[in-house]
Design a protein around this ligand. Structure first.
Ligand SMILES: C[S@@+](CC[C@H](N)C(=O)[O-])C[C@H]1O[C@@H](n2cnc3c(N)ncnc32)[C@H](O)[C@@H]1O
Length: 279
């Protein structure tokens, strides 16, 4: 096996195993089901870009659904929702918001989904694709189970945000938390992609790339982290959480993230929402 295939394999093993213990699932559940922080707002904007393209009651799939943040929100909006995840411990945490919500939970692998071709009207995924170096294979598999005319929305990290951030400054990857270097900090690995790579992955998967939308300026931005330094960035995160408790600040941040961030050049934000359609 070459060095490259060894680390690809190790990356997959590590990332797929990271959430399978009940303890990790419990901690994950507690930290991600918070509905009163900026992350929650960014997620609801993200989800809206998916649901605005769906018919009422459409059959949707949440890929690598974890403890069901997106799954529950989709079912609460009346969609016939399936969540798939490799971790039974994560799936066991999912309780629908209301008893009438239609949720199917399936233990399965995003590289080999346990569904027939063209099953879903829409597929969405959050915080899964960038964990894997060979993420284009996940898209290809998602495209297989998507109906013609169906929508696929996923999130990724902008390579250009790291490039701009490190042009004149150093990025403390450990304190930033996402390390996009292949030989960087293994546990913190988060892949990044250029628009060209996203286009190529969409072409190979057989989906049309409709739009790339910058996602969140304030929450997790390598420009801010590199400018402030590692400790400065950690202090910034704490200050953001404090400021966010103020109603006026919250209103401004929501307004900015909704109206300004999506119009910025991609390199100014770390995240990107990728919107695709199967022809
Ligand atoms: C960072 S969590 C994101 C969970 C959820 N999407 C969310 O937004 O909170 C990554 C999830 O991917 C799942 N996962 C990792 N490897 C997987 C694989 N090969 N197939 C299916 N799920 C996988 C993990 O179990 C975990 O629940």
């Amino acid at each position: 096996m070459s060095d490259l295939s060894v680390s690809l394999h190790a990356n997959k093993q590590f990332k797929s195993g990271a959430w399978t213990s009940p303890q990790r699932a419990t901690v994950y559940d507690q930290t991600t089901n918070n509905r009163s922080d900026l992350t929650h707002f960014v997620t609801s904007e993200y989800l809206a870009r998916f649901t605005e393209r769906l018919a009422p009651g459409a059959r949707v799939l949440d890929l690598g659904c974890g403890t069901g943040v997106l799954t529950k929100a989709l079912a609460a909006q009346g969609f016939d929702t399936t969540g798939v995840d490799i971790s039974r411990a994560m799936l066991e945490k999912i309780q629908p918001d209301s008893p009438g919500d239609r949720i199917t939970l399936v233990e399965g692998n995003v590289y080999a989904l346990p569904f027939e071709d063209a099953r879903f009207d829409g597929i969405v995924t959050r915080w899964v694709i960038p964990h894997f170096r060979d993420w284009p294979l996940i898209l290809k598999e998602a495209a297989r189970v998507l109906k013609p005319g169906g929508t696929l929305v996923f999130d990724h990290c902008n390579r250009a945000n790291y490039e701009l951030a490190t042009r004149d400054a150093k990025l403390d990857y450990e304190k930033f938390g996402y390390d996009n270097r292949t030989k960087g900090i293994a546990g913190a690995f988060y892949a990044s992609a250029s628009p060209q790579e996203l286009q190529t992955a969409a072409d190979v998967a057989g989906v049309e790339l409709l739009d790339l939308v910058p996602q969140s300026f304030f929450r997790q931005n390598a420009l801010v982290a590199a400018a402030l330094g590692g400790d400065g960035f950690l202090a910034y995160r704490k200050a953001m959480d404090r400021f966010y408790e103020d109603e006026g600040v919250r209103a401004f941040l929501h307004w900015f993230e909704r109206n300004v961030t999506p119009t910025l050049p991609l390199d100014l934000a770390n995240g990107v929402t990728v919107i695709c359609r199967k022809p």
